[in-house]
Design a protein around this ligand. Structure first.
Ligand code: S3P
Length: 453
């Protein structure tokens, strides 16, 4: 599904957000559950799957590749293909989802058939050379538009060889792509990362019975200071029963909005607290917000709990170092909401990857903050945001879900109504976002325009 055309919503200033909410199932983890369900031998049952369009795109691709899918009692049941995918008779449409396209490329590189991955206009502007290069080294043939840089991505699979590779970017999508391809290759496939990134693929492979070894990277290795992750192929995942924890990236908008408003208190329940994802919490604490974690437990190999954030009287500006960026890469739009309320100037550096997300997020965040009267400076790889009053106005989210949700919650503490145009990307990850904002006390109009009919 492409983002909904013409969707816009308006949020009026109101009382501080307050209350408890349950975010949708985690998007990153749901993608992996569907993909391993497709590859596995036997049945997989996924409870609390993310209901957004991105994960639905992954599920539809899995069906085109031979998985049998049924919905039972709110769960998704997948009968896997035991590593033998079926040649799809059409192009695989990944919609708006980079994770679908890049992760699927790995298993497709090992199939003795031809396939084409593509998506909407935003996805067709996002880089794929980063997966083309290692998969070619493993022995597959791949072609992409614009000198092998952009989708559509065509793949003619082959019998793969195991490789050891050092990734130039700290990308979980690329690491996961290579590890999933490595399941099909005889021998040890090793991925060195320049920094630690979300490790959901490793955790989920273990839940499907595939051993994964992660070691601290060697300081002299060109792959940098991140971990080295290894799988031994050929390996066959076995179907599993999983409950997907709540999506921290979805919860982050309300948690950051609470931090930005003195006296606001918001609790996210049953949310994933994997340290490779939840870096925003440490940053909010550094800024002076009260962050309480409770009911901490392990579910299906992932840390889960409740988080309450309370806005202090004065939030302090803070700097985010390049090393911290991968732990909050998707939360930068939410962090900007807090930074705009903090004393002094807050800075983020080493975040150039934000320019190749669903939009150029650095450019769009800077342009929209300026429209609302917030002092902001855009650099090549970051932002400097000076806290102060936020005015009303119209911003443009350009169909990027996270930009739309950030400016919607910012509207709750602006001095006038904030209208978010181009808000139709929200249902890619959080179809119930508008309802949650209203339930926490937000005065939102137009939520129906971001709901899938
Ligand atoms: C994701 C990894 C990140 C993140 C994206 C989801 C994943 O992308 O920004 O939203 O599920 O693996 P990169 O791997 O490109 O950094």
């Amino acid at each position: 599904m492409a983002p909904l055309p013409g969707a816009r919503l308006t949020v009026r200033p109101g009382r501080p957000l307050a209350g408890t909410f349950i975010p949708p199932g985690d998007k990153s983890i749901t993608h992996r559950a569907y993909l391993l369900g497709l590859l596995a031998r036997g049945d997989t049952v996924v409870e609390n799957a993310n209901p957004g369009a991105d994960c639905e795109a992954t599920l539809a691709c899995a069906q085109s590749l031979g998985a049998r899918v049924a919905r039972r009692d709110g769960a998704v049941a997948i009968e896997g293909c035991d590593m033998q995918l079926r040649e799809p008779d059409r192009v695989l449409d990944c919609g708006n989802s980079g994770t679908t396209l890049r992760l699927l490329a790995g298993p497709l590189a090992a199939q003795d058939f031809f396939s084409v991955l593509t998506g909407d206009a935003s996805l067709r502007r996002r880089p794929v050379a980063r997966v083309v290069e290692p998969l070619r080294r493993m022995g597959a043939q791949l072609w992409a538009r614009d000198g092998d840089r952009l989708p559509p991505l065509a793949i003619r699979g082959a019998a793969l060889r195991a490789i050891e590779c050092a990734l130039p970017v700290a990308s979980a999508q690329v690491a996961s792509c290579v590890l999933l391809a490595g399941l099909f290759a005889a021998g040890r496939t090793v991925v060195h990362l320049p920094a630690p990134v979300r490790d959901h693929t490793e955790r989920m492979l273990r839940a499907f019975g595939v051993p994964v070894v992660a070691t601290a990277g060697h300081p002299d290795h060109p792959g940098g200071r991140g971990p080295a992750i290894a799988v031994e192929g050929p390996a066959r995942p076995t179907g599993a029963r999983l409950r997907i924890p709540g999506d921290f990236s979805a919860a982050a908008f309300f948690l950051a909005a609470a931090a930005a408003t003195p006296g606001a208190t918001v609790t996210a329940r049953d949310v994933n607290l994997n340290p490779t994802r939840a870096g925003l919490l440490a940053v909010l604490e550094r800024m002076g917000a009260r962050v309480e974690r409770s009911r901490l437990r392990d579910e299906g190999g992932e840390p889960v709990g409740d988080v309450t954030v309370t806005g202090p009287v004065h939030l302090e500006g803070c700097d985010i170092d390049p090393a911290e960026v991968p732990t909050l890469i998707d939360e930068v739009p939410a962090w900007v909401v807090a930074a705009s309320a903090a004393r002094g100037t807050s800075r983020i550096r080493g975040a150039a990857e934000l320019r190749v997300k669903e939009s150029d997020r650095l450019a769009l965040l800077a342009a929209n903050l300026a429209r609302l009267g917030v002092a902001v400076e855009e650099t090549l790889d970051g932002l400097a945001v000076t806290g102060g009053p936020v005015g009303g106005g119209v911003v443009e989210a350009d169909d990027d879900h996270r930009i739309a949700m950030a400016f919607a919650v910012l509207g709750a503490r602006a001095s006038g109504p904030v209208t978010v145009a181009g808000a139709g990307g929200i249902p890619t990850s959080y179809p119930g976002f508008g309802e949650t904002l209203a339930a926490l006390g937000g005065d939102i109009e137009g939520a129906e325009t971001v709901r899938v009919p």
